[in-house]
Design a protein. Sequence first.
Length: 399
Amino acid sequence: MLDIARELSRWCARGRDFAVATVVAADGSVPRPPGAALAVDTDGTATGSVSGGCVEAAVYELCHQALSTGETLLERFGSDESDPFAAGLACGGTIDVLVTPVRAGTPGTDRAAATFTAALTAAARGEPVAIVRSLDGPGSLRGQALLVRTDGSHRGSLGGDDRLDRAAAREAHALLTAGRTATVRIGADGTRCEPAITLLIETTARPARMVVFGAIDFAAALVRVGTFLGYHLTVCDARSVFATRERFPQADEVVVDWPHRYLDSQRLDARAVLCVLTHDAKFDVPLLERALRLPVAYVGAMGSRRTHHERLRRLREAGLTEPELARLRSPIGLDLGARTPEETALSIASEIVAERHGGTGLPLTGTRNPIHRDPPPPRSRRPDDAGTSRGRGRARAFG
């Protein structure tokens, strides 16, 4: 539900009761990942999506059912060729959907509603939070929620043993730190012993950073695309005449500094994206010497193939190893035949998305790879890198 927190927080503020359907598990080719949500209020207003259209109508009705009965439901949608009228996924995958009623009109007397409201309000403000809900187990866990913050503190309760809340908070804090949404199995007493229950832990993290070095027209186009993709955008250039707020109104930050010096001052996580568009050795070499040794998601540099080979020569002279140089995406972007700054920005963004999800960059026509697949494992860090900047079944109620 945290992916639609902004709208749901407004509903909470107005005291509007609603039911929220959340994808809790996905198998095979599916349109939306775990965490995707659709919410429906008592007036029938809907926001969000769980399937991109395939089963929205059926989930909409489940939300109405949950609002009417007050019961939390768990529903599976797949494909059922034997029943042409069944709601299902045309793509052939399977999703499990959790439907939870939220009595936002009575947060003062409903502990779960107060917890949901606090989580949605915090997420709408951009604060990293985690919300924990049970997918099975005793009826006392039905519809309850636990809010966990980055400092490890928690609010609300899953409705069981206090040890369960503490264990769930520890699991949620770990996933919150990693910026991941997942399900975990925990014993009802907070241990790993059976009988265990399954918890859905949704997290929302601060936007990943994209740092664009080189305040040129291609950078302005990349800032627009990066903003559309949800990145926190920084433009950095040593030349104050080019690095201005007027030229980059959509950037979150515009910094006048030498690129390598600015990079040294930052603490970047494993989701960060660095795009070097200066194609000037006096900027590029000291910057890339540092960037290629950081555990970030992507490092790309603009320039012709001749510029690229000369840059590699200088970086080798600076002491970079072949595995470090192999991380450099240069010339930056996918081969789209791009000419304009906007087309080039699309080319760069396409490579970043492909790198994030393990895509090939090839046309889907003629390929046999799954369209939707799990992302590749994160790049392994060197020991000294850690911690540095450097078809549908019958709906069923829980319990």
